[in-house]
Design a protein around this ligand. Structure first.
Ligand code: AMP
Length: 383
């Protein structure tokens, strides 16, 4: 039997104290829930807006038990927590998504094997452990290719480009992996897209539209909603995300990151089983945001309608970008979001800005880069 929905006033435990937890907690508060954050960080972005926080390392079993005892359901905004910690939480309280979902998404090899098993295409890939294995993988896949660690890689970290077989020398040592690695064929993509999809406790699946993601220095810079892709590509991306949500038995929300090839095919790259940076535009352009949808899913409420009332561009404020704050708040039409982080270190996500457009009127190509001017000059000027 399906569990009863969490009543208003119940407490949702969120593992992780970053901006994703902050925006989830804000959405939860609007639905009448309290949030309790587990994070090693004092004064975290999420704890600033939550009812309670446990500040402890993710390995602290005693603190984890206290946290679990204080909440009604556990979810995540940060998924790289140790398996033993996950098991402890799941033994005490309903944990959504389940530890099995996190286990698959934490490991690129399990993730790719899962995707291919359910019929979702990826770039060609091979597992390897040593120089000989790398030589075999290069012989099978060819170059260019990308060598990646299997765990804890994000924002392009833990990767080495292999342009020719000669590049292989020393590449394994440079990644400091100490475990299995994966070699992936390099995809000469037309663009990168993602889909944020939720699955409720009743098995209902709801996906937000396909968006295009543009990166700078390996960090998400702009998200364009919707992506300007062919109808068949859009349908394939939505179908892949829904297949992943159902196939992995999701209770919650995930993002599927994909490459669109120059001939319009979709290749899955990564599953993130939590709200995602490429879904921030939904706060302002949809009646139900990815954060509300996440909370609805883990609380056992019916999922909301993921339809968009406006098109949107989201821009991340990275590091010193946040110093443009006075100009951003002074410019009509820019919708600011700040994460409450005290120190603007290089590469750190400090906030984001959204601009809405009437449906069908999204600026395309390079024009999208100028959407936040003059408060934020286009990338070409800034670099
Ligand atoms: P990841 O850590 O797998 O999310 O990769 C980070 C970024 O590196 C992606 O968003 C792509 O821009 C690039 N990248 C990763 N894998 C590949 C690949 N196989 N082919 C081309 N670009 C890739």
């Amino acid at each position: 039997m399906r569990p009863a929905p969490l009543p208003p006033g119940a407490t949702i435990g969120i593992v992780g104290g970053g901006q994703l937890g902050r925006m989830s907690a804000l959405a939860a508060a609007r639905l009448g829930y309290r949030c309790h954050i587990l994070t090693p960080e004092a004064d975290s972005p999420a704890a600033q807006v939550a009812a309670a926080a446990t500040v402890a390392p993710y390995e602290d079993q005693e603190a984890l038990a206290r946290f679990a005892d204080a909440v009604d359901v556990v979810t995540f905004e940060f998924e790289n927590i140790p398996a033993e910690s996950l098991a402890l939480l799941a033994a005490r309280k309903p944990t959504r998504p389940s530890p099995e979902v996190l286990r698959i998404s934490q490991d690129r090899l399990l993730e790719k094997a899962f995707l291919n098993r359910i019929g979702v295409a990826t770039a060609p890939w091979a597992e390897l452990r040593d120089e000989a294995g790398l030589a075999r993988a290069i012989a099978a896949i060819g170059t260019p290719a990308v060598l990646k660690t299997t765990r804890l890689g994000y924002d392009g970290k833990g990767q080495a480009m292999i342009r020719s077989p000669e590049d292989a020398a020393g590449a394994i040592a440079r990644l400091h992996a100490g475990g299995p690695l994966v070699l992936e064929g390099f995809v000469d993509f037309a663009c990168e897209v993602s889909v944020v999809v939720a699955r409720g406790l009743d098995g209902a699946v709801a996906a937000f539209d396909v968006v295009e993601n543009r990166h700078r220095h390996h960090i998400l810079d702009l998200t364009l909603a919707p992506a300007a892709v062919a109808a068949e590509t859009r349908a394939a991306a939505l179908a892949a995300a829904s297949k992943v949500a159902a196939g992995i038995g999701l209770e919650g929300l995930l993002a599927l990151e994909m490459f669109v090839t120059r001939d319009g095919r979709v290749l899955a790259n990564e599953i993130a089983p939590r709200p995602h940076n490429s879904g921030h535009w939904t706060i302002d352009a949809c009646a139900v945001s990815q954060f509300e949808q996440h909370i609805r899913a883990v609380a056992g409420l019916p999922l909301g309608d993921p339809a968009r009332h406006s098109d949107a561009i989201m821009k991340n404020l990275i590091g010193d970008d946040v110093l443009r704050w006075p100009a951003i708040v002074a410019q009509p039409g820019l919708i600011p979001h700040l994460y409450g982080k005290a120190e603007a270190r290089p590469g750190r996500k400090m906030g984001h800005v959204t601009r809405l457009f009437p449906l069908g009127a999204l600026p395309q190509g390079q024009e999208a880069e100028t959407a936040f001017a003059p408060a934020i000059p286009p990338a070409a000027i800034r670099d």
